[in-house]
Design a binder for this molecule. Structure first.
Ligand code: NAG
Ligand code: CA
Ligand code: CA
Length: 381
C-alpha cells in the first residue's frame, strides 16, 4: 500500500493518544481544544480511510458471506474443534440507565452529558472473541481479514522483535511507540516471526470493524450498539467508573487487564499480563457475568462515532446514520491512569472501520439467542 494511506492510518492511531494530551493539559489547569478526538478531524486527517479500493473489495466479500443460507453460518458443537468453546452468551435484561457522564474526563471524546437511555433485552457474548473462535470462523468460511489484505497492521514497539523493528522505516512523531508492521495480522500479532499457538484462548487481534461484522453475522449474532455495550458494562450500577464500582482493585485484587508501570517505558505486569490475557481470565466484572468488558482489548461497537450528544431521553439509540469512524469501548491492556484512562464504562474512542491494531478486538451481541446456543447457558467453563 502507498504512503498516503499509511499516513492516514498513523493519524487514525493518533486519535487514541489525543486524550492523553488533554488529560495532561487538564491536570495543570489549562484547556486543550485541538485534539483528533475533537471536531477538528479534518485538520488531522482522521476522516481518511486507509485504502478505499480494498475497502470496497472487502465489503463485497462480506456481502457474499451474507448471502449464504443460515444453516451454513454455524455448525460445530463441542467436540468438533480441539478448543474449549467460548461463544456463550449472557442474558442482559434491558432497562433504562444513565449513559455517559456529567463529569467527563475526556470532554473531547463526547463522554458527556449524562442522558437517560432505554435498551431492550438482548444477549451479549460473555467473552471477547478468542483466536480459537475466530479460527473456527475462518476454517468454515475462508474469510480473509482486512489486515491480511492490506499486508500490515499496527503494533506497539515494546512487543516487537529486534528483527521486525529493524525493518520498519516509518514512525509517528507524537506516538513513536505505534508502528505499522508488515505481516502483522490475527495469526501473527507481533509480525511475521510471531504466532498464536499458545494464545488460542486469547482475544483475536488485528480485526477491523468490517471483519468483526462478518464474524458476528456468521455466528448468527451482531455487534452491540454503544448503548448496549455501556448498559452491559454498568451492570445496573449508576454513576460508577467500573463495572463493579469505583475501586480500581476491589479487595486488593486485579479485576481487569490494564497496564501497570510508567507508560510506555515500563510494564510491570502486576495483574499477571503484560499483553493480552485469556478471554476467560479475571473475575466476572458485574452481575451480568461478563468477562473483560473493561480492559484486555478494546471492543468494536455498531455505532458511528459522534461527540455531540443531547441530554434528552433516547429509546434504543443506534448512533448517527453515517460517519467516518466507529466507536470502540472498554480500553485495553495498554491503558493506565496517566495515559489512556479509558477503561471506564462511559469512556469511548474511535477508529475507521477498516483499521486494525494489536489492542483492538470485539465481542458480539444478539437480540435473540442463536438456536445452537439454547441450553448452553449452563456450560460453565
Ligand atoms: C482449523 O482447521 C485446522 C486445519 O484443519 C485445524 O488444525 C484447527 O484445529 C481448526 N481450528 C479450529 C478452531 O477448529
Ligand atoms: Ca496487564
Ligand atoms: Ca475488553
Amino acid at each position: 500500500m502507498g504512503g498516503r494511506s499509511r499516513t492516514a492510518l498513523f493519524l487514525v492511531m493518533l486519535m487514541t493518544f489525543a486524550g492523553f494530551v488533554s488529560l495532561a493539559a487538564d491536570a495543570d489547569g489549562s484547556k486543550n481544544k485541538e485534539t483528533c478526538s475533537s471536531d477538528s478531524t479534518e485538520d488531522c486527517g482522521c476522516k481518511q480511510s486507509r485504502d478505499k479500493d480494498s475497502k470496497k473489495k472487502d465489503a463485497d466479500e462480506v456481502k457474499e458471506a451474507d448471502d449464504k443460507p443460515k444453516s451454513e453460518f454455524y455448525e460445530p458443537r463441542e467436540g468438533d474443534t480441539p478448543y474449549k468453546r467460548t461463544n456463550q452468551m449472557v442474558y442482559v435484561p434491558g432497562g433504562t440507565f444513565t449513559m455517559g457522564t456529567d463529569k467527563p474526563i475526556f470532554v473531547a471524546d463526547g463522554e458527556g452529558p449524562a442522558r437517560q437511555v432505554k435498551v431492550d433485552p438482548y444477549y451479549m457474548d460473555k467473552y471477547e472473541v478468542s483466536n480459537a473462535e475466530f479460527e473456527l470462523f475462518v476454517n468454515q468460511t475462508g474469510y480473509k481479514t482486512e489486515a491480511e489484505s492490506f499486508g500490515n497492521s499496527f503494533v506497539m514497539e515494546n512487543y516487537l522483535s529486534e528483527e521486525v523493528k529493524s525493518e520498519i522505516t516509518q514512525m509517528v512523531a507524537s506516538a513513536p511507540w505505534w508502528l505499522p508492521v508488515d505481516g502483522a495480522d490475527w495469526r501473527h500479532p507481533e509480525g511475521k516471526d510471531s504466532n498464536i499457538k499458545d494464545r488460542m484462548d486469547h482475544p483475536v487481534l488485528h480485526v477491523s470493524w468490517n471483519d468483526a461484522v462478518a464474524y458476528c453475522k456468521w455466528a448468527g449474532k451482531r455487534l452491540p450498539t454503544e448503548a448496549e455495550f455501556e448498559f452491559a458494562c454498568r451492570g445496573g450500577r449508576e454513576n460508577r467508573l467500573f463495572p463493579w464500582g469505583n475501586s480500581v482493585n476491589p479487595k486488593g485484587q486485579h479485576w481487569m487487564n490494564i497496564w501497570q508501570g510508567e507508560f510506555p517505558k515500563e510494564n510491570t505486569g502486576e495483574d499477571g499480563y503484560t499483553m493480552t490475557a485469556p478471554v476467560t481470565e479475571f473475575p466476572e466484572q458485574n452481575k451480568f457475568g461478563l468477562k473483560n468488558i473493561i480492559g484486555n482489548v478494546w471492543e468494536w461497537t455498531q455505532d458511528w462515532w459522534e461527540i455531540q450528544h443531547t441530554p434528552t431521553f433516547k429509546d434504543n439509540p443506534k448512533g448517527p446514520l453515517s460517519g467516518d469512524d466507529k466507536v470502540k469501548k472498554g480500553g485495553s491492556f495498554q491503558c493506565t491512569i496517566q495515559y489512556c484512562y479509558r477503561y471506564r464504562c462511559e469512556a469511548r474512542s474511535q477508529n475507521t472501520p477498516d483499521s486494525s491494531a494489536h489492542n483492538l478486538g470485539f465481542r458480539c451481541a444478539a437480540s435473540e439467542l442463536p438456536s445452537y446456543l439454547k441450553g448452553s447457558e449452563k456450560d460453565e467453563l
